[in-house]
Design a protein around this ligand. Sequence first.
Ligand SMILES: [Zn+2]
Length: 391
Amino acid sequence: MDFTFELIKRDSQTTGRVGVMRTPHGEIPTPVFAPVGTQATVKTLSPHELADLGATLILANTYHLYLRPGAEIVAELGGLHRFMGWPGPILTDSGGFQVFSLQDLRRVGDEGVLFRSHLDGSEHFFSPEKVIQIQELLGADIILALDECPDPFDRDYNAAALQRTHRWAERCLAAHTRRDQALFGIVQGGIFPDLRRESARFLASLNFPGYAIGGLSVGESKETMNEMLEITVPLLPEDKPRHLLGVGSPEDLFEGVARGIDIFDCALPTRLARNGTVLTRKGRLNLRNAEFARDARPIEEGCGCYTCQHFSRAYLRHLIKAEEILGLRLSSLHNVYFMVHLMAEIRQSLQDGSFASRREEFLSEYQIVPYEVRRQNKEAWLARRRGSKTA
Ligand SMILES: [Zn+2]
């Protein structure tokens, strides 16, 4: 069965829309939030738990799986779905973002990008053809073209990188052979409106079955990100899904959906959980704080997740302080449930015409992490990731 996307309803007050993607491994109602399973596992959660909490699409990382265990091994063992025991739809990224985050470890040319493994320093080369071959071996339902991810503020670099990304997109299309996989192109262009426009127009002309928007939420302000979406989305075909890569704070779901985004993925819910931070409708809670030591309430009153049905903030705080693995699991379970269910509510509100008021209500209650704090967190995280041998 080939990949299809059906647009079901357009919101009358925003650019938001409801649709459904059909893949060989099941249907994905959109807009959708995809939990990230970097190493073919959404950290600490089993596929059974992910299915139970309502996840319909999981993202896995080509770069990491290529280095370890290797795409051939995954293919030998029946492909990614069977290998990780997740029978539902999977999306793999192209590895571009990871390779270009390696900083000093690469050399880029028109043919592709040379990099060193963060695991053992061995040298590897990603060309557009190679990245497609790896993703065909992994066997995800949706795969991505190789793109160059430059510093979003460097105009000259972005202009040059964009031409390369466009040629690579054409080469990915030419190299792609598996009819059961949908190959999405990636719009780049940094924070420059003219480059974003050029990229959206060019990629739209190549007639991909879907489009990803890359290079956002990498240090620019939320206002700039939203402006780039307002410039890019109208130039993409209306009957194709649009994926905002690596973006997915609770507030981003509302802002992205309002601007016509259908797919979000983000490691944030599981990354926060491993720090003892959980998501609520009022904002983030750090369970390590002393104020929760005697707090008998669940993370969030009314939350239907297993964690909130059975455990108090005080118990979770105890687990996290004692560095018990269950603390990470229960926090991750709540956070992923929170995001998946928030998106289900967004879909419902688009269906019944209440999205605009729902968005206003949520954003008035949800305390957004200030820009400066977010930027520092992101930099610290990137620095840890670069330095880490087990990222
Ligand atoms: Zn919960």
